[in-house]
Design a protein around this ligand. Structure first.
Ligand code: URA
Length: 269
């Protein structure tokens, strides 16, 4: 039998990086299998803590992650009560119901002008966004800036955020549960910004916000109605800039979408 030489530390690190593991979560490794044998945690009590400036989530800081349905209900209840964007940001900062918060460096709330007529929504922050605390500041963000610049927009005339406000570890795809937990926050976010037009960037954001199962190839460039509960907003899906970086031949179609956006903006609301 031919035995492979053991990998060097450099090779192992290269393997981890390739697999998307680009940050350490703790100093010491955790044996998750050993945790399975540990006694179950004491029952968690959902309650509201002492008065805060805005309604606090019913999930308590420092407790084990709640069951997804508890976290979703808690997010829904908390988001509903946020009267302003600042209150929403604070509430999300204090929310303990989404495990992504504990692996991310910080909350990535939004960038741009909350008075803007147009709001762009991506999927989730990546490594650069996690470091800076702002959405779309990495490579795909640079392309997004060029795209919106081509129709005369920039971060003072547009508002930018994501469905998920915390970076998933290693940039993995958020789970459906994580998305459902974060959904009430982005829904309230859109309601508070109340733009004239919503642009969903890529499949996950489009499918989550516009409640469609169709893929981006079918949805892009088609106008949808987004109902905030207060009013209906026109919504247009287009390609995610990260996808355009990988598949530049689709930039031609993205340009068509951008022209459709510019046309509607020029018409007024
Ligand atoms: N991709 C996203 O969907 N959002 C970001 O903020 C960055 C990359």
């Amino acid at each position: 039998m031919i035995t492979e030489p053991a990998p060097t530390v450099r090779e192992l690190l290269a393997f981890y990086l390739e697999a998307g593991v680009d940050c350490a979560l703790a100093e010491e490794p955790v044996d998750r299998l050993a945790e399975l044998d540990a006694p179950p945690p004491a029952p968690r009590v959902a309650a509201v803590q002492a008065p805060r400036p805005v309604a606090a989530p019913a999930v308590i800081r420092g407790e084990a992650a709640p069951a997804p349905d508890v976290a979703i209900a808690s997010a829904r209840e908390a988001a509903r009560t946020a009267p302003t964007l600042e209150a929403l940001r604070e509430l999300m900062q204090n929310f303990e119901g989404c495990a992504l918060k504990h692996t991310a460096t910080r909350l990535v709330f939004a960038d741009g002008n909350p008075q803007a007529r147009i709001m762009f929504v991506g999927e989730a922050p990546g490594r650069d966004e996690d470091i800076e605390g702002l959405p779309f500041v990495g490579r795909s963000g640079k392309l997004l800036d060029l795209m919106i610049g081509a129709i005369g927009l920039n971060r003072t005339t547009a508002y930018i955020t994501n469905v998920i406000p915390w970076r998933p570890p290693g940039n993995r795809t958020p789970t459906p549960q994580e998305t459902q937990i974060c959904l009430p926050f982005i829904q309230r976010h859109i309601e508070l910004v109340n733009p004239d037009m919503l642009v969903t960037l890529g499949n996950p954001s489009t499918q989550t916000l516009l409640s469609t199962r169709e893929g981006i190839m079918r949805t892009r460039g088609r106008w949808f109605d987004y109902d905030t509960g207060q009013r209906t907003i026109r919504a247009l899906p287009t390609f995610h800039p990260a996808y355009l970086l990988r598949s530049p031949s689709y930039k031609r179609l993205a340009w068509q979408d951008l022209r459709a956006i510019a046309k509607v903006l020029a018409q007024g609301s």
